[in-house]
Design a protein around this ligand. Sequence first.
Ligand code: PLP
Length: 452
Amino acid sequence: SNQTKRWQEMDAAHHLHPFTTHKDLATKGARVITHAEGVYLYDSEGKRMLDGMAGLWCVQVGYGREELAQAGYKALKELSYYNNFFQTTNQYAAELSDKLAEVCPKGIDRFFFANSGSEGNDSAVKIIRYYWNLMGKPDKKTIIARKKSYHGVTLAAASLSGLTHLHPQADLPLPGFVHVECPDWFAEGGDMTPEEYGLKAAHSLEEKILELGADNVAAFVAEPVQGAGGLIIPPKGYWEEIQRICRKYDVLLHIDEVICGFGRTGQWFGSDTFGIEPDMINMAKGLSSGYQPLAAVGLGKRVGDVIFNSDEEWSHGFTYSGHPVACAVALANLEVIQKEKLVEKAGGATGAYFQKKLAELADHPLVGETRGVGLLGAIELVKDRKTRAKFDSATDAGTRCRNHCFSNGLVMRAIGDTMVLSPPLTITESEMDNLFGLARHCLDLTASEIGV
Ligand code: PLP
């Protein structure tokens, strides 16, 4: 329509988009999403799409929830803004921190609020270094994260990230950030079993600590399930070994729960699902279901006690840390998650149905493996199902599949040739039937397009 065209022209002329090649955008015109309801998105031409990604892995409670809108409206009228600097707080930040202490992994009970997952991770890096300074060990500075990981885009968060395409444009990583192997068995495990490869990946952490000297290593940072880095699910034994190593060398364990938190893996946090006892966590996305920009860094007793008992002022914080409207919306979001038992459903019937339907795609000629946990799923597109050999990058199987999905009313993301799914936790069985029916149809279209 003319209206869509006008928006697309304004946008192409003036809007610098995240993670976008702008040269294409001007000719194609961006898709304009105008509203959303439940698990469905609608664009400005009235086309409906089933959102198999819950936005960017974040809309746990589905779109358009009245409860969250009302909570935001009430807070906006009551206290549109005030800060939490200099020994001030607001009722919503206080209540949200108390609520988080109830649902977070054992021992995590003090919270710093930020506005995005990236800011949360940057703040966590500063907390980690501040902790070791207060402990009289200022040399414990280096942070170890994993290859292929995604922890955000600000300078420290992008330095934590192991996806190498995030680095060269900004001359990253910063000094003091290094990366070790992730347990990506499907791509790199060769003839090993997933468990053997998981242990090998874990031992690369120990080797790196020994190489750097434990006195120089501050923390290990990782997601329970590596999300944007390829949906890499840790094999049995991996997290036990990582935790043994962190304890042995006195290295803090900071767990990035930005994707895994709030029911995604079938329990409240990925740490719960995989038996991880973190010193600190970072959360965002599902914390507010994306309705407001909000993140929180949660501290366990070890780090929390030291900072809370320090005589020094902590010199860090954002104008919008603990914004009353964002915290009010997050409280309403957590209330919906609890009232509708969305975590229990993701770990129970909904998750089981999702995993059953996902596994059914494993017989497709294009598919080398399906894997998942809770309401996370991945589908590996391969040239050879036996050897797990990938298509060459010119084939662009993932992008082709994603484009077929878009055209057919399904949002399924491609990470290289790994197709990923992370729908709202509210998704029903009939919506899942629709999702997986569309997914199979688009796999067929992709296969015939590339001649498999
Ligand atoms: N950490 C993880 C694990 C993420 O998946 C993301 C975003 O996808 C981030 C951090 C960064 O969050 P944000 O985009 O809110 O800055």
